[in-house]
Design a protein around this ligand. Sequence first.
Ligand SMILES: Nc1ncnc2c1ncn2[C@@H]1O[C@H](COP(=O)(O)OP(=O)(O)OP(=O)(O)O)[C@@H](O)[C@H]1O
Ligand SMILES: [Mg+2]
Length: 271
Amino acid sequence: MGKPAESSSTSWSALFGFGCFSSSHADRSGDGPGKVASAGSRPPAPPAPLLSPDDLSLSLAGSDVLAFTVEELRVATRDFSMSNFVGEGGFGPVYKGRVDERVRPGLRQPQAVAVKLLDLEGSQGHKEWLAEVIFLGQLRHPHLVKLIGYCYQDEHRLLVYEFMARGSLEKHLFKRHSASLPWSTRMRIAIGAAKGLAFLHDAAKPVIYRDFKTSNILLDSDYTAKLSDFGLAKAGPGEDETHVSTRVMGTQGYAAPEYIMTASASCSWSC
Ligand SMILES: Nc1ncnc2c1ncn2[C@@H]1O[C@H](COP(=O)(O)OP(=O)(O)OP(=O)(O)O)[C@@H](O)[C@H]1O
Ligand SMILES: [Mg+2]
């Protein structure tokens, strides 16, 4: 396995910067279908200034994540053509695309991508988008899906990932017409997903993933499992802490009972 990487020692909160990560967007994802969020008694946080596109690209300096324009992603996905549509979740629709010379002249390595478009009317928002960009932009591991880039232009928020040819594990397990996966492949997928989680928990700056479920385990052409969707992820406990207190977030039926009951997350009980 390649060497797992975290690209800097800066704390997660510093990377999120400008207070935008604890902004009033903070609890929106709890409203989405199937998502859970505790009622909580905390007063709403005052609105914080949004990180500007320039500040974000500064935060990501040193990573290889690309900033795209909406126009470039239109070219990559043939204007978000329905023939490129691969599915839709709580964040918004996802399209297959290709990032090559037509999109970005001079780009050396053309590649297939999945472009996820924030549904402006949907249950998730800027906060989830930013969490995804900051976490996946900084973390590299063979069992985490690679974030190729993002688009932060006016109200538009898009994410560009490596394309995972075999889609989600959920599809393979639960779709009627999918051929059943051999047990050896299932074991390899389970071990791969566990390695992805272990990497997050053992990192110098630990990350609590909070949305571990089969639809977020993606499979590449040889069934290598990679974790996706870091919109609900949270910076884990610091060196002297055993847990972090948090609103309960995740998907109904998947969050650990101890976490739902106590609203405190540790790396061992809140995947
Ligand atoms: N990198 C990718 N490569 C290929 N397909 C992808 C990729 N990312 C997402 N998809 C597909 O796009 C669809 C929507 O995925 P998305 O992650 O937005 O929602 P979800 O995981 O189904 O639901 P939720 O909002 O609860 O996470 C799924 O079919 C998923 O397999
Ligand atoms: Mg998902």
